[in-house]
Design a binder for this molecule. Structure first.
Ligand SMILES: [Zn+2]
Length: 72
């Protein structure tokens, strides 16, 4: 599981998908992450193919890894 912080509901999430990548010349960089419930409501046409694929992977993990027995 990829425990993380969801930017959209501003709280912890069991798993998140990278939606927006911050490209920065200095500092830690990073991006905006969404949990599955929040990601499902996002306008993916705005965030693009990378976000769409990240959410698809998140959904797959949610469907197959609820017991935490999947590959790391
Ligand atoms: Zn969320």
């Amino acid at each position: 599981m990829h425990h993380g912080h969801c930017t959209w509901h501003q709280g912890p999430a069991d798993d998140v998908a990278l939606i927006v990548v911050h490209e920065q010349g200095s500092g830690p960089g990073g991006g905006e992450y969404a949990c599955l419930p929040c990601a499902a409501r996002l306008p993916l046409t705005h965030y693009g193919q990378a976000a769409f694929e990240a959410i698809a992977s998140l959904k797959e993990r949610a469907a197959s890894g609820k017991d935490g027995t999947g590959p790391a």
